[in-house]
Write a protein that binds this ligand. Structure first.
Ligand code: DAH
Length: 346
């Protein structure tokens, strides 16, 4: 090995290295090249081992050439590295770009069951008149469901409530929310403005207007000097809020053992407006609830002095209230939980 050979090898290495650097396709390939050529056991080092066999005068010359070659290769590596890293970043940015204008995935929202929704609607109207919502048991005793409501054991009025009994003597599934009146009177002192929504049960053949399981909302107001006029005014406000203030209403005589006098409260037919159609049995009116002045016997069972306190009560079916409002003709839709029906109330 002489000076000329070493110089030639070094220059050949430079040419080859520069070509390889230019051809490298990614940063990893460049790293491998750098190690192969400039690394501790790289090819440049291998060539320079030949220096030991040269005369002392020639050594610095080879050193100078080697430095030039090293610098040139290092510069080429750096430049190519920058270029590759730049385009790799660009490629990544392009690949990972987020299109912020893409519509989001829709969130599936549930809704309240129309029966529950109806009860909330009813409560929100009566709340404006100071009514407070209470709960009362679904399994009742005969005493509270019937006797304290002025329905003695052998009274023919019992036929109005076909009853489901549980196999505990004297216990039954409440047939209406009216026993809640007794429970409120026994625990809250007047003035009372109570709302009692809840599930009721009857031994009933199921058809378009009857179910064996349904909801009721009971109302009770007790105070000194409460009159039928208060009842009428309140119910008119309720009907106005629920169906529109322009709707006509009327009281009709009715019968319930726990109220005296008792009434049925009607609103003009929401389908025909009062002229008469099949929906209202051609009467022009639809009954939305039963009501009346609380019977003195019931007040007494509730622990109140009928000489001092009077009051009124009313009871309605939230499904019926909703059916009239939306022109729904079959109560069974509320019980079947068919999504095609329920989703219409979104
Ligand atoms: N409890 C009655 C029923 O199930 C509804 C009712 C009527 C409740 C008149 C009342 C009322 O409070 O005064 O049919």
């Amino acid at each position: 090995m002489d000076l000329a050979d070493l110089t030639r090898d070094l220059e050949a290495l430079q040419v080859e290295a520069l070509a390889a650097v230019a051809a490298a396709s990614d940063a990893a390939a460049l790293d491998a090249l750098e190690l192969d050529i400039l690394g501790k056991k790289g090819r440049l080092t291998t060539i320079l081992r030949g220096i030991g066999g040269l005369p002392a005068d020639d050594r610095p010359r080879v050193g100078a050439v080697a430095n030039t070659v090293r610098t040139a290769i290092e510069a080429a590596l750096a430049e190519r590295g920058d270029a590759l890293r730049g385009s790799e970043l660009e490629a990544r940015l392009a690949a990972e770009a987020v299109d912020v204008t893409t519509p989001g995935r829709p969130m599936r929202r549930g809704t309240l069951h129309p029966s529950i929704e109806a009860m909330r609607e009813i409560a929100s109207i009566f709340e404006q008149f100071g009514f407070v919502t209470y709960e009362s048991p679904e399994i009742e005793d005969d005493l509270t469901n019937f006797q304290m409501l002025n329905i003695p054991p052998d009274h023919p009025a019992r036929d109005l409530w076909d009853t489901l009994y549980v196999d505990v003597e004297g216990r039954l599934l409440r047939t209406h929310t009216s026993p809640g009146q007794i429970r409120v009177m026994q625990t809250v002192s007047p003035p009372i403005r109570a709302l009692l929504p809840g599930r009721c049960f009857r031994y009933e053949a199921i058809d378009a207007s009857h179910g064996s399981e349904f909801f009721q909302v009971e109302g009770l107001m007790i105070d000194e000097g409460t009159s039928m006029a208060d009842l009428k005014g309140l119910l008119e406000q309720f009907a106005g809020a629920m169906y529109g203030a322009d709707k006509r209403t009327r009281f009709r005589p009715g019968y319930y053992p726990f109220t005296e006098p008792s009434v049925a409260f009607d609103v003009e037919c929401l389908v025909c407006g009062g002229s008469g159609c099949p929906a209202c049995g051609r009467s022009g009116w639809m009954t939305i609830l039963g009501a009346g002045m609380v019977h003195p016997v019931v007040l007494q069972y509730g622990g109140l002095d009928p000489e001092r306190y009077q009051g009124f009560a009313f009871g309605m079916g939230p499904e019926r209230i909703k059916m009239l409002k939306h022109g729904i003709t079959d109560l069974r839709l509320f019980l079947e939980n068919d999504l095609r029906f329920l989703e219409q109330f979104r």
